[in-house]
Write a protein that binds this ligand. Structure first.
Ligand code: ADP
Length: 388
Protein backbone atom coordinates (compact mmCIF):
# COMPACT_ATOMS: atom_id res chain seq x y z
CA UNK A 1 0.00 0.00 0.00
CA UNK A 2 1.38 3.37 -1.01
CA UNK A 3 2.03 5.87 1.77
CA UNK A 4 3.70 9.25 1.99
CA UNK A 5 4.59 8.90 5.59
CA UNK A 6 8.29 9.39 5.51
CA UNK A 7 7.59 12.09 8.06
CA UNK A 8 6.55 9.27 10.34
CA UNK A 9 10.14 8.74 11.28
CA UNK A 10 10.19 11.82 13.39
CA UNK A 11 12.11 10.44 16.32
CA UNK A 12 15.69 10.24 15.33
CA UNK A 13 16.31 6.52 15.35
CA UNK A 14 13.00 4.80 15.65
CA UNK A 15 11.28 4.29 12.36
CA UNK A 16 7.69 3.20 12.79
CA UNK A 17 6.90 2.98 9.18
CA UNK A 18 9.76 3.51 6.89
CA UNK A 19 10.67 1.44 3.91
CA UNK A 20 9.56 -1.85 5.42
CA UNK A 21 6.81 -2.54 2.91
CA UNK A 22 5.69 -5.80 4.52
CA UNK A 23 5.30 -4.06 7.83
CA UNK A 24 3.31 -1.25 6.18
CA UNK A 25 1.02 -3.74 4.47
CA UNK A 26 0.39 -5.58 7.73
CA UNK A 27 -0.32 -2.40 9.70
CA UNK A 28 -2.68 -1.11 7.03
CA UNK A 29 -4.51 -4.41 6.74
CA UNK A 30 -5.49 -4.41 10.42
CA UNK A 31 -9.27 -3.84 10.58
CA UNK A 32 -8.87 -1.62 13.67
CA UNK A 33 -7.38 1.84 13.84
CA UNK A 34 -3.76 1.80 15.03
CA UNK A 35 -1.92 4.86 16.27
CA UNK A 36 1.46 5.44 17.90
CA UNK A 37 1.97 8.42 20.16
CA UNK A 38 5.00 9.71 22.03
CA UNK A 39 5.20 11.02 25.55
CA UNK A 40 4.25 14.54 24.40
CA UNK A 41 1.12 13.22 22.74
CA UNK A 42 2.44 13.70 19.21
CA UNK A 43 1.11 11.25 16.64
CA UNK A 44 4.03 9.39 15.09
CA UNK A 45 2.24 6.79 13.11
CA UNK A 46 -1.25 5.67 12.22
CA UNK A 47 -2.72 3.19 9.78
CA UNK A 48 -5.21 3.89 7.00
CA UNK A 49 -8.13 2.46 9.01
CA UNK A 50 -7.47 5.12 11.67
CA UNK A 51 -7.44 7.88 9.05
CA UNK A 52 -10.60 6.53 7.44
CA UNK A 53 -12.38 6.26 10.79
CA UNK A 54 -11.58 9.88 11.68
CA UNK A 55 -12.00 11.30 8.17
CA UNK A 56 -8.39 12.39 7.55
CA UNK A 57 -6.34 12.17 4.37
CA UNK A 58 -3.33 9.99 3.98
CA UNK A 59 -0.58 11.14 6.37
CA UNK A 60 -2.57 14.14 7.61
CA UNK A 61 -2.56 13.07 11.25
CA UNK A 62 1.19 12.60 11.51
CA UNK A 63 2.84 15.22 13.71
CA UNK A 64 -0.52 16.38 15.10
CA UNK A 65 -1.37 16.33 18.76
CA UNK A 66 -3.36 13.28 19.82
CA UNK A 67 -5.79 15.62 21.58
CA UNK A 68 -7.34 16.75 18.28
CA UNK A 69 -9.05 13.35 18.27
CA UNK A 70 -10.45 13.88 21.75
CA UNK A 71 -13.71 15.80 22.47
CA UNK A 72 -12.96 19.40 23.48
CA UNK A 73 -14.56 19.12 26.92
CA UNK A 74 -12.27 16.26 27.99
CA UNK A 75 -9.03 17.44 26.33
CA UNK A 76 -7.42 18.98 29.42
CA UNK A 77 -8.24 15.93 31.46
CA UNK A 78 -6.90 13.71 28.70
CA UNK A 79 -3.45 15.35 28.81
CA UNK A 80 -3.21 14.36 32.49
CA UNK A 81 -4.40 10.83 31.77
CA UNK A 82 -1.81 10.44 29.03
CA UNK A 83 1.02 11.55 31.31
CA UNK A 84 -0.32 9.17 33.97
CA UNK A 85 -0.15 6.31 31.50
CA UNK A 86 3.52 6.98 30.77
CA UNK A 87 4.25 7.00 34.51
CA UNK A 88 2.58 3.59 34.98
CA UNK A 89 2.60 1.98 31.58
CA UNK A 90 0.63 -1.25 31.24
CA UNK A 91 -1.41 -2.98 28.57
CA UNK A 92 -5.06 -2.09 29.23
CA UNK A 93 -8.40 -0.89 27.94
CA UNK A 94 -8.83 2.84 28.10
CA UNK A 95 -11.65 4.31 30.17
CA UNK A 96 -13.12 0.98 31.25
CA UNK A 97 -16.82 1.39 32.02
CA UNK A 98 -16.94 4.87 30.48
CA UNK A 99 -18.35 5.86 27.10
CA UNK A 100 -15.39 7.01 25.02
CA UNK A 101 -15.87 9.27 22.04
CA UNK A 102 -13.50 10.34 19.30
CA UNK A 103 -13.75 13.53 17.24
CA UNK A 104 -13.64 13.22 13.47
CA UNK A 105 -12.11 15.88 11.22
CA UNK A 106 -15.58 17.27 10.42
CA UNK A 107 -16.26 17.72 14.16
CA UNK A 108 -18.71 14.83 14.41
CA UNK A 109 -18.18 12.37 17.24
CA UNK A 110 -18.06 8.59 17.15
CA UNK A 111 -18.18 6.12 20.04
CA UNK A 112 -14.89 4.24 20.27
CA UNK A 113 -13.20 1.47 22.20
CA UNK A 114 -9.47 1.93 22.78
CA UNK A 115 -6.79 -0.58 23.80
CA UNK A 116 -3.50 0.86 25.09
CA UNK A 117 -0.13 -0.85 24.80
CA UNK A 118 3.11 0.66 26.12
CA UNK A 119 6.11 0.37 23.84
CA UNK A 120 9.49 0.80 25.52
CA UNK A 121 12.45 1.28 23.16
CA UNK A 122 15.98 2.56 23.51
CA UNK A 123 14.72 5.79 22.00
CA UNK A 124 12.04 6.25 24.59
CA UNK A 125 8.57 5.22 25.59
CA UNK A 126 5.58 5.25 23.29
CA UNK A 127 1.98 4.17 23.31
CA UNK A 128 0.42 2.00 20.66
CA UNK A 129 -3.35 2.42 20.75
CA UNK A 130 -5.82 0.28 18.86
CA UNK A 131 -9.11 2.04 18.17
CA UNK A 132 -12.43 0.43 17.21
CA UNK A 133 -15.42 2.40 15.95
CA UNK A 134 -18.34 0.93 17.95
CA UNK A 135 -21.13 3.00 16.37
CA UNK A 136 -22.90 -0.10 15.02
CA UNK A 137 -22.49 -1.99 18.30
CA UNK A 138 -23.91 0.97 20.21
CA UNK A 139 -26.91 1.07 17.87
CA UNK A 140 -27.44 -2.63 18.43
CA UNK A 141 -27.11 -2.14 22.20
CA UNK A 142 -29.76 0.58 22.09
CA UNK A 143 -32.05 -1.64 20.04
CA UNK A 144 -31.59 -4.46 22.54
CA UNK A 145 -32.29 -2.15 25.48
CA UNK A 146 -35.42 -0.86 23.73
CA UNK A 147 -36.60 -4.39 22.92
CA UNK A 148 -35.96 -5.42 26.54
CA UNK A 149 -37.94 -2.46 27.85
CA UNK A 150 -40.79 -3.26 25.47
CA UNK A 151 -40.87 -6.88 26.67
CA UNK A 152 -40.90 -5.66 30.29
CA UNK A 153 -43.77 -3.30 29.49
CA UNK A 154 -45.69 -6.07 27.70
CA UNK A 155 -45.17 -8.37 30.70
CA UNK A 156 -46.57 -5.71 33.00
CA UNK A 157 -49.55 -5.19 30.73
CA UNK A 158 -50.10 -8.94 30.56
CA UNK A 159 -50.03 -9.27 34.35
CA UNK A 160 -52.51 -6.42 34.67
CA UNK A 161 -54.65 -7.97 31.94
CA UNK A 162 -54.75 -11.41 33.57
CA UNK A 163 -55.59 -9.83 36.92
CA UNK A 164 -58.40 -7.70 35.45
CA UNK A 165 -59.82 -10.55 33.40
CA UNK A 166 -59.84 -13.02 36.25
CA UNK A 167 -61.32 -10.44 38.60
CA UNK A 168 -64.08 -9.34 36.24
CA UNK A 169 -64.92 -12.81 34.95
CA UNK A 170 -65.27 -14.00 38.51
CA UNK A 171 -68.03 -11.49 39.31
CA UNK A 172 -70.83 -13.12 37.21
CA UNK A 173 -69.63 -16.58 38.33
CA UNK A 174 -69.95 -15.58 41.98
CA UNK A 175 -73.43 -14.18 41.30
CA UNK A 176 -74.42 -17.40 39.49
CA UNK A 177 -73.15 -19.63 42.29
CA UNK A 178 -75.02 -17.70 44.99
CA UNK A 179 -78.30 -17.76 43.07
CA UNK A 180 -77.86 -21.46 42.38
CA UNK A 181 -77.77 -22.08 46.15
CA UNK A 182 -80.86 -19.86 46.56
CA UNK A 183 -82.46 -21.92 43.80
CA UNK A 184 -81.85 -25.10 45.77
CA UNK A 185 -83.34 -23.57 48.91
CA UNK A 186 -86.35 -22.16 47.01
CA UNK A 187 -86.93 -25.52 45.37
CA UNK A 188 -86.80 -27.38 48.70
CA UNK A 189 -89.16 -24.85 50.29
CA UNK A 190 -91.46 -24.81 47.26
CA UNK A 191 -91.07 -21.04 46.76
CA UNK A 192 -91.72 -21.05 43.05
CA UNK A 193 -91.94 -17.29 42.60
CA UNK A 194 -88.50 -16.75 44.17
CA UNK A 195 -87.22 -19.68 42.18
CA UNK A 196 -88.09 -17.92 38.91
CA UNK A 197 -86.38 -14.78 40.13
CA UNK A 198 -83.19 -16.69 41.02
CA UNK A 199 -83.28 -18.45 37.65
CA UNK A 200 -83.51 -15.11 35.85
CA UNK A 201 -80.51 -13.81 37.78
CA UNK A 202 -78.46 -16.90 36.94
CA UNK A 203 -79.40 -16.42 33.30
CA UNK A 204 -78.43 -12.75 33.44
CA UNK A 205 -75.06 -13.54 35.03
CA UNK A 206 -74.44 -16.20 32.37
CA UNK A 207 -75.31 -13.73 29.64
CA UNK A 208 -72.89 -11.21 31.15
CA UNK A 209 -70.16 -13.86 31.25
CA UNK A 210 -70.90 -14.73 27.63
CA UNK A 211 -70.64 -11.05 26.60
CA UNK A 212 -67.39 -10.55 28.50
CA UNK A 213 -65.82 -13.60 26.87
CA UNK A 214 -67.09 -12.57 23.44
CA UNK A 215 -65.67 -9.05 23.84
CA UNK A 216 -62.38 -10.41 25.15
CA UNK A 217 -62.12 -12.58 22.06
CA UNK A 218 -62.78 -9.51 19.92
CA UNK A 219 -60.02 -7.68 21.77
CA UNK A 220 -57.57 -10.54 21.34
CA UNK A 221 -58.40 -10.79 17.61
CA UNK A 222 -57.72 -7.06 17.30
CA UNK A 223 -54.11 -7.59 18.31
CA UNK A 224 -53.55 -10.78 16.33
CA UNK A 225 -55.14 -10.15 12.95
CA UNK A 226 -53.05 -8.75 10.15
CA UNK A 227 -54.08 -5.29 8.94
CA UNK A 228 -55.37 -5.10 5.39
CA UNK A 229 -54.38 -1.55 4.60
CA UNK A 230 -55.93 0.59 1.90
CA UNK A 231 -57.06 4.19 1.36
CA UNK A 232 -60.23 4.97 3.28
CA UNK A 233 -62.61 7.76 2.42
CA UNK A 234 -63.84 8.51 5.94
CA UNK A 235 -66.99 10.37 4.84
CA UNK A 236 -68.00 7.36 2.78
CA UNK A 237 -67.13 4.88 5.54
CA UNK A 238 -69.04 6.75 8.27
CA UNK A 239 -72.06 7.25 5.99
CA UNK A 240 -72.17 3.45 5.52
CA UNK A 241 -72.22 3.07 9.33
CA UNK A 242 -74.99 5.70 9.48
CA UNK A 243 -77.08 3.57 7.12
CA UNK A 244 -76.53 0.45 9.24
CA UNK A 245 -77.50 2.33 12.42
CA UNK A 246 -80.58 3.96 10.83
CA UNK A 247 -83.08 2.29 13.17
CA UNK A 248 -81.12 2.96 16.36
CA UNK A 249 -80.62 6.62 15.39
CA UNK A 250 -84.33 7.02 14.76
CA UNK A 251 -85.25 5.21 17.98
CA UNK A 252 -83.10 7.57 20.03
CA UNK A 253 -84.08 10.69 18.09
CA UNK A 254 -80.48 11.35 17.16
CA UNK A 255 -79.05 13.20 14.19
CA UNK A 256 -75.68 11.97 12.97
CA UNK A 257 -73.92 14.74 11.06
CA UNK A 258 -71.19 13.51 8.73
CA UNK A 259 -69.25 16.15 6.74
CA UNK A 260 -68.65 15.21 3.11
CA UNK A 261 -65.05 16.41 3.13
CA UNK A 262 -63.53 14.18 5.80
CA UNK A 263 -59.94 13.16 4.98
CA UNK A 264 -58.90 10.06 3.09
CA UNK A 265 -56.65 8.07 5.41
CA UNK A 266 -54.59 4.89 5.24
CA UNK A 267 -55.80 1.96 7.28
CA UNK A 268 -57.75 -1.25 7.51
CA UNK A 269 -61.33 -0.25 6.54
CA UNK A 270 -62.93 -3.00 8.65
CA UNK A 271 -61.02 -1.98 11.78
CA UNK A 272 -61.57 1.72 11.26
CA UNK A 273 -65.28 1.05 10.75
CA UNK A 274 -65.21 -0.85 14.07
CA UNK A 275 -63.69 2.25 15.73
CA UNK A 276 -66.34 4.68 14.48
CA UNK A 277 -69.17 2.22 15.04
CA UNK A 278 -68.07 1.80 18.67
CA UNK A 279 -67.83 5.55 19.22
CA UNK A 280 -71.15 6.34 17.54
CA UNK A 281 -72.97 3.55 19.41
CA UNK A 282 -71.49 4.87 22.67
CA UNK A 283 -72.80 8.31 21.74
CA UNK A 284 -76.23 6.77 21.20
CA UNK A 285 -76.07 4.69 24.34
CA UNK A 286 -74.69 7.16 26.87
CA UNK A 287 -75.60 10.51 25.40
CA UNK A 288 -79.11 10.04 24.10
CA UNK A 289 -80.97 11.61 26.99
CA UNK A 290 -82.43 14.67 25.33
CA UNK A 291 -85.43 15.17 23.11
CA UNK A 292 -83.14 15.83 20.27
CA UNK A 293 -79.65 14.42 20.29
CA UNK A 294 -76.87 15.27 17.91
CA UNK A 295 -73.74 13.30 17.15
CA UNK A 296 -71.39 15.23 14.93
CA UNK A 297 -68.24 14.07 13.20
CA UNK A 298 -65.49 16.71 13.41
CA UNK A 299 -62.02 16.86 11.97
CA UNK A 300 -58.81 18.83 12.38
CA UNK A 301 -55.50 18.74 10.58
CA UNK A 302 -52.11 19.14 12.23
CA UNK A 303 -48.74 19.07 10.51
CA UNK A 304 -48.34 15.34 11.02
CA UNK A 305 -51.83 13.90 11.44
CA UNK A 306 -55.56 13.99 10.85
CA UNK A 307 -57.74 14.11 13.94
CA UNK A 308 -61.33 12.95 13.65
CA UNK A 309 -63.81 13.42 16.49
CA UNK A 310 -67.19 11.97 17.42
CA UNK A 311 -68.97 14.69 19.39
CA UNK A 312 -72.19 14.16 21.31
CA UNK A 313 -74.39 16.43 23.40
CA UNK A 314 -74.83 13.97 26.24
CA UNK A 315 -73.89 14.05 29.95
CA UNK A 316 -70.13 14.22 29.34
CA UNK A 317 -67.36 12.60 31.39
CA UNK A 318 -65.54 14.08 34.43
CA UNK A 319 -61.84 14.77 33.77
CA UNK A 320 -60.57 12.17 36.25
CA UNK A 321 -62.07 9.38 34.10
CA UNK A 322 -60.77 10.57 30.73
CA UNK A 323 -57.87 8.09 30.71
CA UNK A 324 -59.48 5.39 32.80
CA UNK A 325 -62.41 4.67 30.46
CA UNK A 326 -59.97 3.43 27.80
CA UNK A 327 -58.70 0.69 30.13
CA UNK A 328 -60.16 -2.81 30.03
CA UNK A 329 -63.56 -3.30 31.76
CA UNK A 330 -63.69 0.28 33.05
CA UNK A 331 -67.27 1.57 33.08
CA UNK A 332 -68.85 4.64 34.62
CA UNK A 333 -72.46 3.76 33.97
CA UNK A 334 -73.51 0.27 35.05
CA UNK A 335 -77.19 0.95 34.28
CA UNK A 336 -76.49 0.66 30.57
CA UNK A 337 -75.59 -2.63 28.90
CA UNK A 338 -71.90 -3.07 28.12
CA UNK A 339 -68.66 -4.71 29.14
CA UNK A 340 -66.15 -1.83 29.18
CA UNK A 341 -64.13 -3.37 26.34
CA UNK A 342 -65.24 -1.07 23.48
CA UNK A 343 -62.90 1.85 24.12
CA UNK A 344 -59.99 -0.53 24.80
CA UNK A 345 -60.56 -1.99 21.33
CA UNK A 346 -60.78 1.53 19.83
CA UNK A 347 -57.50 2.47 21.47
CA UNK A 348 -55.76 -0.75 20.30
CA UNK A 349 -56.94 -0.37 16.72
CA UNK A 350 -55.76 3.23 16.59
CA UNK A 351 -52.42 2.17 18.09
CA UNK A 352 -52.01 -0.40 15.29
CA UNK A 353 -52.58 2.45 12.82
CA UNK A 354 -49.85 4.56 14.44
CA UNK A 355 -52.42 6.89 15.99
CA UNK A 356 -54.22 7.11 19.30
CA UNK A 357 -57.61 7.80 20.89
CA UNK A 358 -58.59 10.24 23.62
CA UNK A 359 -61.60 12.13 24.93
CA UNK A 360 -62.29 15.81 25.53
CA UNK A 361 -65.27 16.47 27.74
CA UNK A 362 -66.71 18.41 30.59
CA UNK A 363 -69.65 17.11 32.61
CA UNK A 364 -72.90 18.43 31.18
CA UNK A 365 -71.18 19.63 28.01
CA UNK A 366 -71.15 16.42 25.99
CA UNK A 367 -68.07 14.48 24.99
CA UNK A 368 -65.84 14.40 21.91
CA UNK A 369 -63.94 11.16 21.33
CA UNK A 370 -60.96 11.87 19.07
CA UNK A 371 -58.87 9.47 17.02
CA UNK A 372 -55.72 10.42 15.13
CA UNK A 373 -54.33 9.16 11.83
CA UNK A 374 -50.68 9.92 11.06
CA UNK A 375 -50.18 11.35 7.58
CA UNK A 376 -47.21 9.02 7.03
CA UNK A 377 -48.25 5.88 8.87
CA UNK A 378 -46.21 2.74 9.28
CA UNK A 379 -48.11 -0.43 9.99
CA UNK A 380 -46.97 -3.51 11.94
CA UNK A 381 -47.62 -5.91 9.05
CA UNK A 382 -48.42 -4.06 5.92
CA UNK A 383 -50.69 -5.49 3.30
CA UNK A 384 -51.92 -2.96 0.80
CA UNK A 385 -54.85 -4.27 -1.14
CA UNK A 386 -56.26 -1.45 -3.15
CA UNK A 387 -58.69 1.39 -2.64
CA UNK A 388 -61.74 1.06 -0.49
P1 ADP B 1 -69.03 -0.12 27.40
O1 ADP B 1 -69.80 0.81 26.51
O2 ADP B 1 -69.20 -1.55 27.03
O3 ADP B 1 -69.25 0.13 28.85
P2 ADP B 1 -66.65 1.29 26.55
O4 ADP B 1 -65.24 0.89 26.72
O5 ADP B 1 -67.13 1.59 25.16
O6 ADP B 1 -67.50 0.13 27.20
O7 ADP B 1 -66.93 2.58 27.44
C1 ADP B 1 -66.40 2.65 28.76
C2 ADP B 1 -67.21 3.64 29.58
O8 ADP B 1 -66.98 4.99 29.13
C3 ADP B 1 -68.70 3.45 29.48
O9 ADP B 1 -69.15 2.46 30.38
C4 ADP B 1 -69.22 4.84 29.85
O10 ADP B 1 -69.29 4.97 31.25
C5 ADP B 1 -68.15 5.78 29.33
N1 ADP B 1 -68.52 6.38 28.00
C6 ADP B 1 -68.18 5.92 26.79
N2 ADP B 1 -68.68 6.73 25.81
C7 ADP B 1 -69.35 7.70 26.44
C8 ADP B 1 -70.07 8.87 26.00
N3 ADP B 1 -70.19 9.15 24.69
N4 ADP B 1 -70.64 9.67 26.94
C9 ADP B 1 -70.51 9.40 28.25
N5 ADP B 1 -69.83 8.33 28.74
C10 ADP B 1 -69.26 7.49 27.85
Amino acid sequence: METNRESVARTENINFKSDNTKFNIIVDSVPNGLIVVDIRGEILMCNSEMEKMFGYDNGELIGQSLEILVPREVRTNHVGLRSGFFEHPSKRQMGAGRDLRGVRKDGSEIPVEIGLNPLATEQGNFVVASVVDITERKKLDLMLIKAYEEVQQKNLEMEQFVYTVSHDLKAPLVTSSSYISFLREDLQAGRYKDLMDSLERVEKANKKMHELIYDLLQLSRTSRMELRVSSINLSQLINEIKKDLRDQLAERITDLIVPENLPVVQGDPKRIAQVFENLIINGLKYAALNDHNVIEILYKETESEWQVGVKDNGPGIPAQYHKKIFALFQRLDNQKEGTGVGLTIVSRIMGLHGGHAWVESEPGQGATFWVSFPKNPTFPKENHDGIH
